[in-house]
Design a protein around this ligand. Structure first.
Ligand code: COA
Length: 140
C-alpha cells in the first residue's frame, strides 16, 4: 500500500461520502490521498495562529478504502509536508470511527478540564471532543 498526497479539487471532496463531517475553509491546505495511484480521500488542515506550526486536521476517506489504516499514514504525511508540530482533531462524540481511527493513529484525548474550558469559551460544541497528536520529530 503506497500512500501519497496530491492536488485536491473541491469537486472531488464533495463526491466522498462523509465529507460533511469535515470543514472546508479557504485558509485550509487540502490534498487528495492516493493509494497505489488511485484517489481514495482527502486530508488537510486549517492552520492555527498560536501555537504556530499546528492546525486542525480534516480527513475523509472513500468508504471502500476505510479500515486499512490509511488515515494515520495520510495525516503523518501531511504533518511532515508542512513541518507541523501538532495536529488537533475536533470530532463529534458519536463519530466512533473517527475517534477510533485517531486513537489508533496516536492522537490522545484532551483532558476533561481543558475540554470544559474550551466549551465555556464557545470553542468546542457540547457534542464534540478534541484530540491531539504531537510531531516532535519534524521540528528537529
Ligand atoms: C474517519 C475516517 C477518515 C477513518 O478512516 P479509516 O481509513 O477507516 O481509518 P482507520 O482504518 O485508521 O481506522 C478506522 C477504525 O475505526 C473502526 N470503525 C469503523 N467504523 C466504526 C464504527 N462505526 N464504530 C466504531 N469503530 C468503527 C474500524 O474498525 C477501525 O478500527 P480497527 O482497525 O481497530 O478495527 C473515515 O471513517 C471517514 O472518512 N469518515 C467520514 C469523514 C469523517 O468523519 N472524518 C473525520 C472528521 S473528524
Amino acid at each position: 500500500m503506497n500512500i501519497t498526497l496530491g492536488i485536491c479539487e473541491k469537486n472531488f471532496l464533495e463526491t466522498l461520502e462523509g465529507h460533511e463531517e469535515i470543514l472546508f475553509s479557504d485558509k485550509g491546505k487540502y490534498h487528495a490521498i492516493f493509494c497505489d495511484h488511485k484517489k481514495v480521500g482527502v486530508v488537510g488542515f486549517i492552520p492555527v495562529v498560536f501555537p504556530k506550526c499546528t492546525g486542525f486536521v480534516q480527513i475523509v476517506i472513500d468508504p471502500k478504502s476505510r479500515g486499512k489504516g490509511m488515515a494515520e499514514i495520510a495525516e503523518d504525511l501531511l504533518a511532515q509536508k508542512y513541518h507541523l508540530r501538532a495536529l488537533y482533531a475536533t470530532i463529534k462524540i458519536d463519530n466512533l470511527a473517527s475517534i477510533r481511527a485517531h486513537r489508533k493513529a496516536g492522537f490522545t484525548m484532551i483532558d476533561e478540564k481543558r475540554l470544559e474550558v474550551l466549551r465555556d469559551q464557545g470553542l468546542l460544541g457540547e457534542n464534540e471532543i478534541r484530540m491531539e497528536k504531537e510531531y516532535k520529530i519534524f521540528t528537529e
